[in-house]
Design a protein around this ligand. Structure first.
Ligand SMILES: C[C@](O)(CO)[C@H](O)COP(=O)(O)OP(=O)(O)OC[C@H]1O[C@@H](n2ccc(N)nc2=O)[C@H](O)[C@@H]1O
Ligand SMILES: Nc1ncnc2c1ncn2[C@@H]1O[C@H](COP(=O)(O)OP(=O)(O)OP(=O)(O)O)[C@@H](O)[C@H]1O
Length: 267
């Protein structure tokens, strides 16, 4: 059985406060975008895990798909499987690619082996794997809060727009991003701000990581500037970076400036 884990962008990200468990309370809008990995699971005599596409840093045994498999195996009699992950979503991008793989893996195994897991139960397994992960079970636009793993539905449809996603050749780890932030209360609710026309978002909808990340990684600032110069109605770094997206009224093939780092255009 095969599935195609897709990524997210953060439309606004407010880091509200530091928690006693070391994490941060945040507020963000997660919006699904259609850049995808491919993930195949087949029943086998013994466990196997292989990858292709973009190289994944770190030890393969730490892959979130294998961590998700171990979690499910504690509670269910899941047989040995062979997993093939073809990686296409940029890593260290703030697009939640690893979390998406884990969540889509859980959905696939639930279906393939008829585990009978509800959406809530699958989200609970995801919460054990990472703050971003639970979003990908339903994979629809939400207002996320707490650690980013509690959700309220929002109505947000960007299908009339065109998105350009640019990945500068810079890696920003999530832990690095959080270690430099100054948490503060949001001045205006993201739930209200997304109701404004996209044309009015720039300067109002912000990413709390940008201040220090853009200062330390000027290439990311450059990408954001060139998206705006190319006519983006709105441009923002996604999550902890380094990917930056621009939302355009017209198709975006014309962004000559960033062509070599353009990883996706669509929505
Ligand atoms: C930056 C975002 O992508 C925004 O959507 C997410 O908050 C990151 O979520 P994630 O990659 O799933 O994060 P995790 O793997 O759970 O955590 C990685 C590290 O990020 C920090 N972290 C993460 C989420 C959060 N709400 N507060 C944090 O402080 C912690 O230091 C943690 O050890
Ligand atoms: N299936 C996977 N795909 C990518 N990275 C994985 C995977 N499993 C584990 N990892 C580890 O997670 C790290 C980065 O994960 P991810 O792609 O979620 O980062 P990100 O794009 O910055 O996402 P986020 O929005 O969560 O910050 C990698 O360095 C890698 O070691």
């Amino acid at each position: 059985m095969i599935t195609f884990p897709s990524a997210k962008i953060n439309i606004g990200l407010n880091i509200i406060s530091k928690r006693s468990d070391g994490y941060h309370n945040l507020e963000t809008i997660f919006y699904p975008i259609q850049i995808k990995d491919a993930l195949e699971v087949i029943e086998a005599n013994e466990m196997g895990f292989e990858t292709s596409g973009i190289e994944i840093p770190g030890d393969a045994s730490n892959n979130l798909c294998l961590k998700a498999y171990e979690l499910l195996r504690k509670d269910f009699d899941v047989p040995p499987i062979k997993i093939h992950l073809h990686k296409h979503i940029p890593i260290g991008a703030g697009l939640g690619g690893g979390s998406a793989d884990a969540a889509f893996f859980i959905k696939l195994v639930n279906e393939k082996f008829k585990l009978g897991l509800t959406v809530d139960k699958m989200q609970d397994y995801c919460r054990l794997l990472g703050a971003d992960c639970a979003f990908f079970i339903e994979n629809k636009p939400v207002f996320a809060f707490d650690k980013g793993d509690v959700f309220e539905s929002v109505i947000l449809d960007l299908s009339a727009y065109h998105l350009a996603l640019v990945m500068p050749p810079v890696h920003v780890s999530t832990a690095e991003a959080y270690s430099g932030v100054k948490p503060s209360q949001a001045q205006q609710s993201l739930k209200e701000l997304i109701e404004l026309p996209v044309e009015q978002w720039q300067g109002k909808i912000k990413n709390g990581f940008e201040e220090h990340i853009l200062k330390n990684h000027t290439q990311i600032q450059k990408v954001k500037d060139s998206l705006l110069e190319a006519g983006a109605l709105f441009a923002l770094m996604s999550g902890s970076g380094a990917a930056v997206y621009g939302i355009f009224k017209e198709p975006v093939d014309l962004i000559e400036l960033e062509k070599e780092n353009l990883v996706f255009s669509g929505i």
